[in-house]
Design a protein around this ligand. Structure first.
Ligand code: ADP
Ligand code: MG
Length: 501
Protein backbone atom coordinates (compact mmCIF):
# COMPACT_ATOMS: atom_id res chain seq x y z
CA UNK A 1 0.00 0.00 0.00
CA UNK A 2 1.21 3.50 -0.75
CA UNK A 3 1.66 5.97 2.05
CA UNK A 4 -1.29 8.33 2.20
CA UNK A 5 -2.75 10.85 4.60
CA UNK A 6 -5.72 9.44 6.49
CA UNK A 7 -9.12 10.98 5.77
CA UNK A 8 -10.38 13.32 8.48
CA UNK A 9 -13.16 11.05 9.75
CA UNK A 10 -10.70 8.20 10.29
CA UNK A 11 -8.31 10.53 12.13
CA UNK A 12 -11.18 11.69 14.34
CA UNK A 13 -12.23 8.17 15.19
CA UNK A 14 -8.70 7.18 16.08
CA UNK A 15 -8.35 10.24 18.29
CA UNK A 16 -11.77 9.60 19.81
CA UNK A 17 -10.58 6.17 20.91
CA UNK A 18 -8.21 7.78 23.35
CA UNK A 19 -10.75 10.08 24.96
CA UNK A 20 -13.98 8.14 24.71
CA UNK A 21 -13.55 4.63 25.91
CA UNK A 22 -16.92 4.01 27.51
CA UNK A 23 -20.03 5.81 28.79
CA UNK A 24 -18.22 6.90 31.95
CA UNK A 25 -15.57 8.70 29.90
CA UNK A 26 -18.26 10.66 28.05
CA UNK A 27 -19.90 11.59 31.35
CA UNK A 28 -16.53 12.69 32.70
CA UNK A 29 -15.72 14.96 29.77
CA UNK A 30 -19.16 16.58 29.68
CA UNK A 31 -19.24 17.09 33.40
CA UNK A 32 -15.78 18.64 33.38
CA UNK A 33 -16.99 21.07 30.72
CA UNK A 34 -19.92 22.02 32.94
CA UNK A 35 -17.57 22.56 35.89
CA UNK A 36 -15.23 24.65 33.72
CA UNK A 37 -18.21 26.75 32.62
CA UNK A 38 -18.78 27.73 36.25
CA UNK A 39 -22.06 25.83 36.66
CA UNK A 40 -23.76 25.83 40.06
CA UNK A 41 -26.27 23.15 39.03
CA UNK A 42 -25.47 20.10 36.93
CA UNK A 43 -28.05 17.54 35.94
CA UNK A 44 -26.99 14.20 34.51
CA UNK A 45 -29.36 11.68 32.98
CA UNK A 46 -28.37 8.31 31.57
CA UNK A 47 -30.32 5.50 29.97
CA UNK A 48 -29.20 2.05 28.88
CA UNK A 49 -26.16 2.43 31.15
CA UNK A 50 -25.19 5.47 29.07
CA UNK A 51 -25.02 3.57 25.81
CA UNK A 52 -28.43 4.74 24.67
CA UNK A 53 -28.44 8.19 26.23
CA UNK A 54 -26.27 10.55 28.23
CA UNK A 55 -27.61 14.02 28.82
CA UNK A 56 -25.90 16.68 30.87
CA UNK A 57 -27.41 20.07 31.52
CA UNK A 58 -25.71 22.94 33.30
CA UNK A 59 -26.36 26.57 34.20
CA UNK A 60 -22.83 27.68 33.36
CA UNK A 61 -21.66 30.49 31.10
CA UNK A 62 -22.86 28.83 27.89
CA UNK A 63 -21.47 29.14 24.37
CA UNK A 64 -21.96 32.03 21.94
CA UNK A 65 -24.06 30.92 18.93
CA UNK A 66 -21.17 31.93 16.66
CA UNK A 67 -18.83 29.57 18.55
CA UNK A 68 -21.08 26.54 18.53
CA UNK A 69 -19.54 25.12 15.42
CA UNK A 70 -16.03 25.58 16.82
CA UNK A 71 -16.98 23.88 20.07
CA UNK A 72 -17.50 20.60 18.20
CA UNK A 73 -14.34 21.03 16.10
CA UNK A 74 -11.25 19.09 17.07
CA UNK A 75 -8.48 21.10 18.78
CA UNK A 76 -10.81 24.03 19.31
CA UNK A 77 -10.89 25.29 22.88
CA UNK A 78 -11.49 28.47 24.84
CA UNK A 79 -9.21 27.34 27.65
CA UNK A 80 -5.71 27.41 26.23
CA UNK A 81 -3.86 29.52 23.70
CA UNK A 82 -0.18 28.61 23.92
CA UNK A 83 1.72 25.49 24.94
CA UNK A 84 3.12 27.26 27.98
CA UNK A 85 -0.43 27.62 29.35
CA UNK A 86 -0.40 23.87 29.96
CA UNK A 87 1.56 24.49 33.13
CA UNK A 88 -0.84 27.08 34.45
CA UNK A 89 -4.09 25.23 33.85
CA UNK A 90 -6.93 26.22 36.11
CA UNK A 91 -9.58 24.42 34.06
CA UNK A 92 -10.21 20.69 33.80
CA UNK A 93 -10.32 20.69 30.00
CA UNK A 94 -7.74 22.14 27.64
CA UNK A 95 -7.32 19.77 24.70
CA UNK A 96 -10.38 20.85 22.77
CA UNK A 97 -11.05 17.23 21.87
CA UNK A 98 -13.99 15.99 23.90
CA UNK A 99 -17.00 17.31 22.01
CA UNK A 100 -15.46 16.54 18.63
CA UNK A 101 -14.50 13.04 19.74
CA UNK A 102 -17.90 12.25 21.19
CA UNK A 103 -19.54 13.63 18.06
CA UNK A 104 -17.51 11.32 15.87
CA UNK A 105 -18.64 8.14 17.65
CA UNK A 106 -22.24 9.00 18.62
CA UNK A 107 -25.14 11.36 17.86
CA UNK A 108 -24.41 14.55 19.74
CA UNK A 109 -26.81 17.43 20.20
CA UNK A 110 -25.31 20.56 21.71
CA UNK A 111 -27.74 23.24 22.82
CA UNK A 112 -26.37 26.33 24.51
CA UNK A 113 -27.18 29.89 25.39
CA UNK A 114 -24.49 32.23 26.63
CA UNK A 115 -25.02 34.85 29.26
CA UNK A 116 -25.14 37.61 26.62
CA UNK A 117 -27.43 35.91 24.08
CA UNK A 118 -31.16 36.38 23.74
CA UNK A 119 -31.62 32.90 22.38
CA UNK A 120 -30.14 29.43 22.58
CA UNK A 121 -28.63 27.77 19.55
CA UNK A 122 -28.33 24.13 18.63
CA UNK A 123 -25.97 22.05 16.57
CA UNK A 124 -26.04 18.30 15.86
CA UNK A 125 -23.07 16.07 15.14
CA UNK A 126 -24.11 12.67 13.86
CA UNK A 127 -21.22 10.22 13.66
CA UNK A 128 -18.87 13.03 12.65
CA UNK A 129 -21.10 14.96 10.26
CA UNK A 130 -21.98 18.39 11.58
CA UNK A 131 -25.44 19.86 10.93
CA UNK A 132 -26.24 23.51 10.36
CA UNK A 133 -26.91 25.53 13.47
CA UNK A 134 -30.45 26.53 14.35
CA UNK A 135 -31.91 28.89 16.91
CA UNK A 136 -34.04 27.35 19.65
CA UNK A 137 -35.54 28.43 22.95
CA UNK A 138 -33.73 27.65 26.16
CA UNK A 139 -32.30 29.00 29.40
CA UNK A 140 -28.74 30.24 29.90
CA UNK A 141 -26.40 27.30 30.08
CA UNK A 142 -25.66 24.21 28.07
CA UNK A 143 -27.34 20.88 27.41
CA UNK A 144 -25.34 18.14 25.75
CA UNK A 145 -27.21 15.06 24.62
CA UNK A 146 -25.30 12.00 23.47
CA UNK A 147 -27.29 9.18 21.91
CA UNK A 148 -26.32 5.73 20.67
CA UNK A 149 -22.69 5.78 21.72
CA UNK A 150 -20.45 3.84 19.29
CA UNK A 151 -23.35 3.21 16.89
CA UNK A 152 -20.89 3.65 14.02
CA UNK A 153 -17.98 1.75 15.63
CA UNK A 154 -19.47 -1.65 16.47
CA UNK A 155 -16.03 -3.00 17.34
CA UNK A 156 -15.89 -0.55 20.25
CA UNK A 157 -19.35 -1.52 21.45
CA UNK A 158 -18.12 -5.08 21.82
CA UNK A 159 -15.44 -3.92 24.22
CA UNK A 160 -17.97 -2.50 26.64
CA UNK A 161 -18.72 -4.51 29.76
CA UNK A 162 -22.14 -5.58 31.00
CA UNK A 163 -24.56 -2.73 31.65
CA UNK A 164 -24.17 -3.16 35.42
CA UNK A 165 -20.45 -2.60 35.19
CA UNK A 166 -20.69 0.41 32.87
CA UNK A 167 -23.37 1.85 35.12
CA UNK A 168 -21.22 1.34 38.23
CA UNK A 169 -18.38 3.24 36.61
CA UNK A 170 -20.66 6.20 35.95
CA UNK A 171 -22.04 6.06 39.50
CA UNK A 172 -18.56 5.98 40.99
CA UNK A 173 -17.38 8.85 38.83
CA UNK A 174 -20.30 11.11 39.66
CA UNK A 175 -20.17 10.31 43.38
CA UNK A 176 -16.55 11.36 43.42
CA UNK A 177 -17.02 14.58 41.49
CA UNK A 178 -19.98 15.48 43.67
CA UNK A 179 -17.68 15.17 46.71
CA UNK A 180 -14.95 17.20 45.05
CA UNK A 181 -17.33 20.01 44.11
CA UNK A 182 -19.62 20.41 47.11
CA UNK A 183 -20.53 23.92 45.92
CA UNK A 184 -22.21 22.50 42.85
CA UNK A 185 -25.65 20.92 43.17
CA UNK A 186 -25.55 17.62 41.29
CA UNK A 187 -28.64 15.72 40.29
CA UNK A 188 -27.97 12.36 38.76
CA UNK A 189 -30.76 10.25 37.30
CA UNK A 190 -30.18 6.79 35.85
CA UNK A 191 -32.89 4.78 34.11
CA UNK A 192 -35.47 7.24 35.39
CA UNK A 193 -34.46 7.06 39.04
CA UNK A 194 -32.62 9.66 41.11
CA UNK A 195 -29.36 8.11 42.19
CA UNK A 196 -27.58 11.07 43.72
CA UNK A 197 -28.70 14.55 44.57
CA UNK A 198 -26.55 17.06 46.40
CA UNK A 199 -27.49 20.47 47.72
CA UNK A 200 -24.51 22.51 46.62
CA UNK A 201 -24.16 23.83 50.18
CA UNK A 202 -20.39 23.49 50.04
CA UNK A 203 -20.14 20.96 52.86
CA UNK A 204 -17.83 18.06 51.99
CA UNK A 205 -19.09 15.85 54.75
CA UNK A 206 -22.70 16.36 53.71
CA UNK A 207 -21.95 15.10 50.20
CA UNK A 208 -19.91 12.28 51.66
CA UNK A 209 -23.00 11.30 53.64
CA UNK A 210 -25.08 11.27 50.44
CA UNK A 211 -22.59 8.93 48.87
CA UNK A 212 -21.56 6.66 51.71
CA UNK A 213 -24.35 7.06 54.21
CA UNK A 214 -24.69 9.16 57.34
CA UNK A 215 -23.11 6.63 59.73
CA UNK A 216 -19.86 6.52 57.92
CA UNK A 217 -19.81 10.27 57.28
CA UNK A 218 -20.01 10.87 61.01
CA UNK A 219 -17.01 8.68 61.71
CA UNK A 220 -14.68 10.06 59.06
CA UNK A 221 -11.77 12.20 60.24
CA UNK A 222 -11.24 15.61 58.67
CA UNK A 223 -7.82 16.43 57.31
CA UNK A 224 -6.55 20.00 57.10
CA UNK A 225 -2.93 20.30 56.17
CA UNK A 226 -0.83 23.01 54.63
CA UNK A 227 2.88 23.07 54.05
CA UNK A 228 5.17 24.69 51.50
CA UNK A 229 2.50 25.35 48.95
CA UNK A 230 0.73 21.99 49.33
CA UNK A 231 -2.75 21.97 50.78
CA UNK A 232 -4.39 18.68 51.69
CA UNK A 233 -8.01 18.58 52.73
CA UNK A 234 -10.60 15.88 52.90
CA UNK A 235 -11.81 12.94 54.91
CA UNK A 236 -10.03 9.78 55.90
CA UNK A 237 -11.27 6.78 57.85
CA UNK A 238 -10.46 6.13 61.50
CA UNK A 239 -8.68 2.83 62.05
CA UNK A 240 -11.95 1.19 63.07
CA UNK A 241 -13.34 1.61 59.54
CA UNK A 242 -11.64 -0.42 56.84
CA UNK A 243 -12.27 -1.90 53.44
CA UNK A 244 -10.98 -5.07 51.83
CA UNK A 245 -9.51 -3.22 48.85
CA UNK A 246 -8.16 0.16 47.77
CA UNK A 247 -11.16 1.08 45.64
CA UNK A 248 -12.51 3.59 48.13
CA UNK A 249 -9.38 5.69 48.17
CA UNK A 250 -9.91 8.77 46.05
CA UNK A 251 -7.50 11.56 45.23
CA UNK A 252 -8.28 14.84 43.57
CA UNK A 253 -5.38 16.99 42.47
CA UNK A 254 -6.30 20.59 41.70
CA UNK A 255 -9.92 19.56 41.23
CA UNK A 256 -9.10 16.66 38.95
CA UNK A 257 -9.71 13.02 39.89
CA UNK A 258 -6.41 11.23 39.44
CA UNK A 259 -5.62 7.58 39.79
CA UNK A 260 -2.09 7.37 41.08
CA UNK A 261 -0.67 4.28 42.72
CA UNK A 262 2.04 6.23 44.54
CA UNK A 263 -0.49 8.57 46.16
CA UNK A 264 -2.52 5.57 47.33
CA UNK A 265 0.61 4.00 48.76
CA UNK A 266 1.50 7.20 50.60
CA UNK A 267 -1.90 7.18 52.27
CA UNK A 268 -1.81 3.49 53.15
CA UNK A 269 1.66 3.99 54.58
CA UNK A 270 0.22 6.36 57.16
CA UNK A 271 -1.93 3.51 58.47
CA UNK A 272 1.00 1.14 58.54
CA UNK A 273 0.73 -1.31 61.49
CA UNK A 274 -2.60 0.24 62.52
CA UNK A 275 -4.70 -1.91 60.20
CA UNK A 276 -4.82 -5.67 59.82
CA UNK A 277 -3.04 -7.13 56.84
CA UNK A 278 -5.32 -6.99 53.82
CA UNK A 279 -7.45 -4.12 55.14
CA UNK A 280 -7.37 -0.64 53.63
CA UNK A 281 -8.55 2.78 54.63
CA UNK A 282 -11.29 4.70 52.91
CA UNK A 283 -10.49 8.29 52.02
CA UNK A 284 -11.32 11.23 49.82
CA UNK A 285 -8.44 13.66 49.70
CA UNK A 286 -8.21 16.93 47.82
CA UNK A 287 -4.70 18.11 47.05
CA UNK A 288 -4.08 21.64 45.93
CA UNK A 289 -0.71 22.66 44.62
CA UNK A 290 0.56 25.28 42.28
CA UNK A 291 -0.40 24.36 38.67
CA UNK A 292 3.27 24.57 37.72
CA UNK A 293 3.92 21.60 39.99
CA UNK A 294 1.63 19.28 38.01
CA UNK A 295 1.82 18.12 34.43
CA UNK A 296 -1.76 17.31 33.47
CA UNK A 297 -1.04 16.61 29.83
CA UNK A 298 0.13 13.02 30.24
CA UNK A 299 -2.82 11.18 28.78
CA UNK A 300 -5.79 12.26 26.62
CA UNK A 301 -8.22 11.10 29.29
CA UNK A 302 -6.36 13.35 31.79
CA UNK A 303 -6.74 10.83 34.62
CA UNK A 304 -3.00 10.59 35.05
CA UNK A 305 -0.75 13.44 36.06
CA UNK A 306 2.95 13.87 36.67
CA UNK A 307 4.32 15.74 39.66
CA UNK A 308 7.39 17.90 39.61
CA UNK A 309 8.41 16.87 43.14
CA UNK A 310 6.63 13.58 43.76
CA UNK A 311 8.55 12.60 46.89
CA UNK A 312 7.77 15.83 48.66
CA UNK A 313 4.10 15.42 47.82
CA UNK A 314 3.87 11.78 48.88
CA UNK A 315 5.55 12.53 52.15
CA UNK A 316 3.11 15.40 52.74
CA UNK A 317 0.17 13.05 52.14
CA UNK A 318 1.57 10.48 54.51
CA UNK A 319 2.30 13.02 57.22
CA UNK A 320 -1.03 14.77 56.94
CA UNK A 321 -2.88 11.49 57.42
CA UNK A 322 -0.62 10.30 60.23
CA UNK A 323 -1.10 13.57 62.06
CA UNK A 324 -4.84 13.31 61.73
CA UNK A 325 -4.90 9.73 62.98
CA UNK A 326 -2.80 10.71 65.97
CA UNK A 327 -4.87 13.79 66.73
CA UNK A 328 -8.06 11.77 66.83
CA UNK A 329 -6.77 8.76 68.72
CA UNK A 330 -4.29 9.98 71.29
CA UNK A 331 -2.10 7.17 72.56
CA UNK A 332 -2.86 6.58 76.24
CA UNK A 333 0.02 7.03 78.67
CA UNK A 334 1.63 3.66 79.15
CA UNK A 335 1.39 3.26 82.91
CA UNK A 336 1.27 -0.37 84.06
CA UNK A 337 -2.40 -0.06 85.05
CA UNK A 338 -3.60 1.23 81.71
CA UNK A 339 -1.54 -1.48 80.08
CA UNK A 340 -3.39 -4.28 81.71
CA UNK A 341 -6.79 -2.69 81.10
CA UNK A 342 -6.49 -1.31 77.63
CA UNK A 343 -7.38 -3.69 74.87
CA UNK A 344 -4.73 -3.49 72.21
CA UNK A 345 -7.01 -3.96 69.30
CA UNK A 346 -9.98 -1.80 68.49
CA UNK A 347 -13.42 -3.32 68.89
CA UNK A 348 -14.47 -5.90 66.30
CA UNK A 349 -17.03 -4.77 63.74
CA UNK A 350 -19.83 -6.29 65.77
CA UNK A 351 -20.08 -7.53 69.30
CA UNK A 352 -19.51 -11.19 69.66
CA UNK A 353 -21.46 -12.81 72.43
CA UNK A 354 -19.79 -12.78 75.81
CA UNK A 355 -19.41 -16.51 75.65
CA UNK A 356 -17.32 -16.45 72.55
CA UNK A 357 -15.13 -13.75 74.03
CA UNK A 358 -13.81 -16.18 76.61
CA UNK A 359 -10.23 -17.15 76.13
CA UNK A 360 -10.20 -20.50 74.47
CA UNK A 361 -7.99 -22.15 71.98
CA UNK A 362 -10.20 -22.23 68.92
CA UNK A 363 -11.36 -25.64 67.81
CA UNK A 364 -9.17 -27.06 65.12
CA UNK A 365 -11.05 -26.56 61.86
CA UNK A 366 -12.19 -29.72 60.18
CA UNK A 367 -10.72 -28.63 56.89
CA UNK A 368 -7.10 -27.81 56.40
CA UNK A 369 -6.26 -24.15 56.01
CA UNK A 370 -3.10 -22.16 55.76
CA UNK A 371 -2.73 -19.57 58.46
CA UNK A 372 -0.58 -16.66 57.50
CA UNK A 373 2.46 -15.65 59.45
CA UNK A 374 5.08 -12.95 59.17
CA UNK A 375 8.69 -13.02 58.14
CA UNK A 376 11.26 -10.56 59.63
CA UNK A 377 10.37 -7.91 57.04
CA UNK A 378 6.82 -8.09 58.36
CA UNK A 379 5.52 -9.38 55.04
CA UNK A 380 2.87 -12.07 55.35
CA UNK A 381 4.06 -15.47 54.18
CA UNK A 382 1.95 -18.57 53.78
CA UNK A 383 2.56 -21.47 56.08
CA UNK A 384 2.54 -24.87 54.41
CA UNK A 385 -1.10 -25.89 54.20
CA UNK A 386 -2.51 -28.63 56.39
CA UNK A 387 -4.32 -28.74 59.70
CA UNK A 388 -2.60 -26.97 62.56
CA UNK A 389 -1.11 -29.43 65.02
CA UNK A 390 -2.27 -30.11 68.55
CA UNK A 391 -0.88 -27.50 70.90
CA UNK A 392 -0.42 -26.87 74.57
CA UNK A 393 -1.95 -23.60 75.74
CA UNK A 394 0.52 -21.36 77.57
CA UNK A 395 -1.50 -18.21 77.98
CA UNK A 396 -2.53 -14.98 76.38
CA UNK A 397 -0.83 -11.64 75.80
CA UNK A 398 -2.36 -8.23 75.46
CA UNK A 399 -5.88 -9.66 75.39
CA UNK A 400 -5.13 -10.47 71.77
CA UNK A 401 -2.67 -13.25 71.14
CA UNK A 402 -2.94 -16.79 72.36
CA UNK A 403 0.45 -18.27 73.14
CA UNK A 404 0.79 -21.99 72.61
CA UNK A 405 3.47 -24.58 72.20
CA UNK A 406 3.35 -26.89 69.22
CA UNK A 407 5.62 -29.75 68.08
CA UNK A 408 7.81 -27.36 66.08
CA UNK A 409 7.96 -24.40 68.41
CA UNK A 410 6.05 -21.47 69.76
CA UNK A 411 2.74 -20.38 68.22
CA UNK A 412 1.22 -16.94 68.51
CA UNK A 413 -2.42 -17.14 67.51
CA UNK A 414 -4.35 -13.99 66.75
CA UNK A 415 -7.47 -14.78 68.70
CA UNK A 416 -9.68 -12.42 66.78
CA UNK A 417 -8.59 -13.81 63.44
CA UNK A 418 -8.90 -17.40 64.67
CA UNK A 419 -12.38 -16.71 65.94
CA UNK A 420 -13.35 -15.26 62.58
CA UNK A 421 -12.09 -18.41 60.96
CA UNK A 422 -14.13 -20.63 63.26
CA UNK A 423 -17.27 -18.65 62.46
CA UNK A 424 -16.42 -18.81 58.79
CA UNK A 425 -16.15 -22.59 58.98
CA UNK A 426 -19.50 -22.77 60.72
CA UNK A 427 -21.21 -20.69 58.05
CA UNK A 428 -19.48 -22.63 55.36
CA UNK A 429 -21.01 -25.86 56.66
CA UNK A 430 -24.44 -24.35 57.19
CA UNK A 431 -24.62 -22.97 53.68
CA UNK A 432 -25.15 -26.46 52.29
CA UNK A 433 -28.40 -26.69 54.21
CA UNK A 434 -29.68 -23.27 55.23
CA UNK A 435 -28.17 -20.59 57.39
CA UNK A 436 -30.50 -20.08 60.34
CA UNK A 437 -31.73 -16.53 60.51
CA UNK A 438 -33.12 -14.40 63.30
CA UNK A 439 -35.97 -11.95 62.75
CA UNK A 440 -35.27 -8.51 64.17
CA UNK A 441 -37.75 -7.14 66.70
CA UNK A 442 -38.14 -4.06 64.56
CA UNK A 443 -36.78 -3.84 61.03
CA UNK A 444 -33.72 -1.64 60.69
CA UNK A 445 -33.12 0.86 57.90
CA UNK A 446 -29.82 0.70 56.11
CA UNK A 447 -28.48 3.32 53.74
CA UNK A 448 -25.67 2.72 51.32
CA UNK A 449 -24.13 4.32 48.25
CA UNK A 450 -25.55 3.84 44.74
CA UNK A 451 -23.07 1.08 43.89
CA UNK A 452 -23.81 -0.74 47.14
CA UNK A 453 -27.53 -0.45 46.51
CA UNK A 454 -27.24 -1.77 42.97
CA UNK A 455 -25.16 -4.68 44.18
CA UNK A 456 -27.50 -5.54 47.04
CA UNK A 457 -30.48 -5.47 44.75
CA UNK A 458 -28.92 -7.91 42.34
CA UNK A 459 -27.94 -10.27 45.14
CA UNK A 460 -31.06 -10.32 47.30
CA UNK A 461 -31.53 -14.05 46.60
CA UNK A 462 -28.01 -14.90 47.62
CA UNK A 463 -28.39 -12.82 50.77
CA UNK A 464 -31.60 -14.64 51.53
CA UNK A 465 -29.71 -17.93 51.41
CA UNK A 466 -27.16 -16.44 53.79
CA UNK A 467 -29.89 -15.56 56.27
CA UNK A 468 -30.22 -11.86 55.51
CA UNK A 469 -33.74 -10.79 54.55
CA UNK A 470 -33.95 -7.27 53.24
CA UNK A 471 -35.96 -5.26 50.78
CA UNK A 472 -35.57 -1.97 48.99
CA UNK A 473 -37.18 0.83 51.00
CA UNK A 474 -36.19 4.06 49.29
CA UNK A 475 -33.36 5.49 47.23
CA UNK A 476 -30.25 3.52 48.24
CA UNK A 477 -32.07 2.49 51.40
CA UNK A 478 -33.05 -1.01 52.49
CA UNK A 479 -35.09 -2.43 55.30
CA UNK A 480 -33.42 -5.31 57.13
CA UNK A 481 -35.90 -7.85 58.52
CA UNK A 482 -33.63 -10.60 59.68
CA UNK A 483 -29.98 -11.47 59.95
CA UNK A 484 -28.12 -14.75 60.48
CA UNK A 485 -28.43 -16.11 64.02
CA UNK A 486 -24.69 -15.92 64.28
CA UNK A 487 -24.88 -12.11 64.32
CA UNK A 488 -27.95 -11.83 66.51
CA UNK A 489 -26.15 -9.94 69.24
CA UNK A 490 -24.39 -7.69 66.78
CA UNK A 491 -25.15 -4.68 64.71
CA UNK A 492 -27.26 -5.69 61.67
CA UNK A 493 -26.10 -2.65 59.71
CA UNK A 494 -22.43 -3.42 60.23
CA UNK A 495 -23.14 -6.99 59.18
CA UNK A 496 -24.87 -6.01 55.93
CA UNK A 497 -22.16 -3.48 55.19
CA UNK A 498 -19.49 -6.15 55.49
CA UNK A 499 -21.46 -8.39 53.18
CA UNK A 500 -21.61 -5.67 50.54
CA UNK A 501 -17.88 -5.31 50.79
P1 ADP B 1 -12.00 21.51 26.13
O1 ADP B 1 -12.88 21.33 27.30
O2 ADP B 1 -10.74 20.75 26.24
O3 ADP B 1 -11.79 22.94 25.77
P2 ADP B 1 -14.19 20.35 24.65
O4 ADP B 1 -14.25 19.67 23.34
O5 ADP B 1 -14.62 19.57 25.83
O6 ADP B 1 -12.72 20.86 24.84
O7 ADP B 1 -15.04 21.67 24.56
C1 ADP B 1 -14.74 22.63 23.56
C2 ADP B 1 -15.15 24.02 23.98
O8 ADP B 1 -16.57 24.11 24.03
C3 ADP B 1 -14.69 24.42 25.37
O9 ADP B 1 -13.39 24.99 25.34
C4 ADP B 1 -15.74 25.44 25.79
O10 ADP B 1 -15.43 26.72 25.30
C5 ADP B 1 -16.99 24.95 25.07
N1 ADP B 1 -17.87 24.17 25.96
C6 ADP B 1 -18.02 22.84 25.97
N2 ADP B 1 -18.92 22.46 26.90
C7 ADP B 1 -19.36 23.58 27.48
C8 ADP B 1 -20.30 23.86 28.54
N3 ADP B 1 -20.98 22.89 29.16
N4 ADP B 1 -20.50 25.17 28.87
C9 ADP B 1 -19.84 26.17 28.23
N5 ADP B 1 -18.94 25.95 27.26
C10 ADP B 1 -18.69 24.70 26.87
MG1 MG C 1 -13.72 19.51 27.82
Amino acid sequence: MMIHILPDDVVSQIAAGEVVERPASVVKELMENAVDAGATHIQIRIEGAGKRLIEIGDDGSGIEPADLNLAVTRHATSKLTKADDLFHMRTLGFRGEALASVGSVARLTLTSRSTDSQQAARIIVDGGSVSAMDAVGGPIGTIVKVEDLFFNVPARLKFLKQDVTERNLVDALLSRYAMAYPNIAFHYIAEGKTILQTSGSGDNREVFAQVYGVDLARQMLAIEFEEEGVTIKGLTSPISVTRSNRKEITFFVNGRWVQDVALNTALIQAYHTLLMVGRYPLAVLFLTLSPEEVDVNVHPAKSEVRFRSPDRLFSAVSRSVKRTLLAYSPTPALTPTTWSQAPIRSEPAWDFSAESNRIEVPAIPSEPFSPSTYNPQNQPVELPSGAIPLMRLIGQIGGTYIVAEGPDGLYLIDQHAAHERVLFEQIHHQIETKIPSQTLLTPVLFQTNPQGAALLQQQLDVLDKLGFHLELFGPNTFRIFSIPVLFQKGDPIAAVRSVIE
